[in-house]
Design a protein around this ligand. Structure first.
Ligand SMILES: [Fe+2]
Length: 258
């Protein structure tokens, strides 16, 4: 019997496991993350904030802890309640928060900036001198002197502001080097484009020398170049990742966040 009568089956497509997978804000639902890790077996995953784990994070992700490296940044909603806070900062995975540092993950230097800009702390679109508090220590001094700004909580600053971006933490990242920036807040778009992003995030990505910036918070899958928010000649590619969705990296061109 010739092979023309019984053609050999075509070889199964070979897909390399992604190095990194970025996941949009879980808001307590980790099922899409667990399913994607079991399917794609990425070397590492990074959650882009607003985790709101209903149990300590290491318990939520118990089934994939041995399958991949787990990293994250926090979002604004991770300080909504004591449980939101404790299930993240009190978890066995608390040391996987990338906020304010650069960690080499799956061969990439990844910088993290968790949290959001709040005008009561620092609005980066205004002159720095207008920032009410440059640091957590500044705010704590104010609170312990009887200042009336939201707090104290557990002897420190208000719980809410554990997810605020302080100027000194941002400034400490200027001068670091990284391949990737993950943030909860979004970068700015090209002038004239309607988009709720911040030049401070774009400037941080550029200063790090990052070629990729990925954010959560907006609950939208955004490929900045594809949507005309940035030119293809921009120094870094930028993506937003929707809740329940992911972005795999290195990118397979034409397949953005999904
Ligand atoms: Fe958020």
């Amino acid at each position: 019997m010739s092979s023309s009568q019984h053609p050999l089956p075509s070889p199964a497509p070979i897909f390399a496991a992604p190095k990194l997978m970025f996941f949009g804000d879980p808001h307590g639902d980790f099922r899409p993350i667990i399913a994607a890790v079991q399917r794609y077996r990425p070397e590492a995953i990074i959650l882009l904030g607003d985790l709101q784990a209903r149990q300590p994070l290491h318990i939520e992700l118990q089934s994939i802890r041995e399958l991949t490296q787990i990293w994250y940044i926090h979002g604004n909603h991770d300080t909504d309640t004591d449980a939101d806070y404790d299930h993240l900062w009190g978890s066995e995975l608390a040391d996987r928060n990338l906020h304010g540092r650069v960690v080499e993950i799956a061969g990439y230097r990844v910088a993290g900036l968790g949290g959001v800009f709040r005008g009561k702390i620092w609005n980066p679109d205004e002159p720095e001198a207008n920032a009410p508090f440059r640091s957590r220590a500044d705010m704590l001094r104010h609170v312990t002197r009887g200042g009336t700004v939201e707090g104290p909580w557990r002897g420190g600053i208000a719980r809410k502001h554990h997810s605020s971006i302080f100027l000194d933490e941002y400034e400490a990242m200027i001068g670091l080097e990284a391949d990737v920036l993950v943030s909860h807040e979004a970068p700015a778009a090209a002038p004239g484009m309607r988009h709720n992003g911040f030049a401070a995030i774009s400037e941080l990505a550029a200063s790090l020398g990052a070629t990729l910036a990925v954010h959560g918070h907006h609950h939208r899958a955004i490929d900045y170049v594809h949507e005309g928010l940035m030119p293809a000649s921009a120094p870094f590619r930028a993506f937003g990742v929707d809740m329940g969705s992911h972005l795999a990296w290195p990118l397979i061109e034409g397949r953005g966040p999904r």
